[in-house]
Design a protein around this ligand. Structure first.
Ligand code: ACO
Length: 431
């Protein structure tokens, strides 16, 4: 726990309470209110946790005002430009960049765990073909606890480590198989001679009838998408994983909970929602109509891919993603894609509009990731599973950190109760 040098004084009905203030290595100071209820009999009220730090962490730091994202201190643009996904996984999990030997050993361990228990295919086959791949992922990842009993004991360090590697390694196979099942093609098994991103692309797009060569530009773009989504401190799905884990739940159950939370359109589902919105807009001349709707208080419509709870500046991941989008679209020769034209013009018009500028609403990572994924050949329903696959390492790193935290308690928020007070039951004939 950080040291406290200052206190805040809270005076309620003439009685003062001293609350310790902690200074982090970066970011705003925090007021420790843990003893407030015991001492003053009051709760604090913060729906959506907009001002509440729920834990200590050393993994990821975001400065939303500056538009900065650091993993273990390293800026995301440097990691996305110079590193690659599995090295970033190592950094998130263990705290430091690996040596060449450590990276080789880590890659070997991940590669050797990519296959799924053969019987798990029965789970995929039990779903309807038209099931959303996220529904399949929630189910199959949760079901891993029924297959890998030797890595569910959270008190055993070795089991925690094996569960972490298994989840990072098997998630691409699970996501790819959810897709293959959906399109009615045979499952493609992982191949150990391919890197993480190429292996995933091959499991998604190869068919037994012909050879599939992974294009290095697509593989690099895929790896970047994984890297840019690897972790994002205490967002909704990560907090869900931590809350599930606080009860002592096994890692597969916790990650399944994270996947379920990520599915929502305000979180991981935003890139799917964004692409669908761009398709619905359809042509550049309809953009003003949609911008007007986004600004209208009486219309629930929002510009998907715009705005962020934490970033009140350009999302640093969006800058890298925009560059990747240009590379992929050049390769695929679809510069004149109407969706892309709408995206480019919408971005321009929204950034020039005082409504978005005043509210500090900038394009987020999801604005561009959907465009790249569509150009690669993924259907919109696969966008969120790819996000889930990428974020697994973040969830796992945060889960491991939480289990090692001596302050860990079961998560149990309080409430501001506004319902009926005590009343006696009335028999049905007297109501
Ligand atoms: N379009 C139009 N108006 C918006 C948008 C938007 N995309 N986002 C926020 N606003 C407006 C709100 O109406 C609100 O206006 P008001 O102050 O007049 O009431 C103001 O901006 C602040 O919005 P909040 O919803 O209070 O901001 P919050 O931080 O809670 O929301 C969120 C962040 C959920 C991401 C929001 O911006 C949004 O819904 N964006 C679209 C969905 C999206 O792209 N999500 C992806 C997030 S990134 C990720 O998960 C990887």
């Amino acid at each position: 726990m950080a040291e406290t040098k200052r206190t805040a004084t809270l005076t309620i009905d003439g009685v003062s309470h001293e609350l310790p203030i902690y200074s982090p290595t970066a970011g705003p100071d925090v007021i420790d209110i843990r003893k407030l209820y015991a001492e003053a009999g009051l709760f604090t009220y913060d729906p959506g946790f907009t001002s509440t730090a729920s834990c200590d962490s050393t993994i990821t730091f975001i400065d939303g005002g500056k538009g900065e994202l650091l993993h273990r201190g390293y800026p995301i643009d440097q990691l996305a430009g110079k590193s690659h996904y599995l090295e970033v996984c190592y950094l998130l999990l263990y705290g430091e960049l690996p040596s060449a030997a450590e990276l080789e050993d880590f890659e070997e361990r991940v590669t050797k765990h990519t296959m799924l228990h053969e019987q798990m295919q029965n789970f995929f086959r039990g779903f309807r073909r038209d099931a959303h791949p996220m529904a399949v992922m929630v189910g199959v990842v949760g079901a891993m606890s029924a297959f890998y009993h030797d890595s569910t004991d959270i008190n055993d360090e070795w089991q925690r480590e094996v569960a972490s590697i298994r989840l990072i390694a098997k998630m691409p196979t699970i996501a790819a198989w959810a897709y293959k099942y959906h399109v009615g093609q045979p499952f493609v098994y992982p191949r150990n001679d391919l890197d993480y991103a190429s292996n995933f692309l091959r499991m998604c797009f190869a068919v037994p009838a012909e050879e599939y060569e992974v294009d290095p530009i697509l593989s690099r773009a895929m790896d970047r998408i994984f890297t840019l989504h690897a972790d994002h401190e205490q967002n909704a799905s990560t907090s869900t994983v931590r809350l599930a884990s606080s009860s002592g739940a096994n890692p597969f159950a916790c990650i399944a909970a994270g996947i379920a939370c990520l599915w929502g359109p305000a979180h991981g589902g935003a890139n799917q929602a964004c692409l669908e919105m761009l398709q619905e807009i359809g042509s550049v001349d309809r953009i003003p109509e949609y911008i007007a709707r986004a600004k209208d208080k009486n219309d629930p419509f929002r510009l998907m891919g715009f705005g962020h709870r934490v970033y009140k500046n350009f999302d640093p991941r969006a800058k890298v993603m925009k560059q990747s989008a240009d590379e992929v679209l050049d390769l695929m020769g679809i510069e004149n894609n109407p969706v892309l034209q709408v995206a480019k013009e919408l971005e321009k018009q929204a950034l020039d509009d005082p409504y978005f500028a005043d509210k500090k609403l900038f394009p987020n990572v999801d604005f561009y990731s959907g465009i790249i994924l569509e150009a690669m050949g993924f259907p919109t329903s696969m966008f969120t599973p790819i996000f889930a696959l990428s974020r697994t390492v973040g969830w796992i790193s945060q889960w491991k950190e939480q289990l090692g935290d001596p302050q860990m308690k079961i998560g149990r928020p309080r409430q501001l109760y506004l319902g009926e007070t005590h009343r006696d039951y009335v028999d049905i004939e007297n109501r």
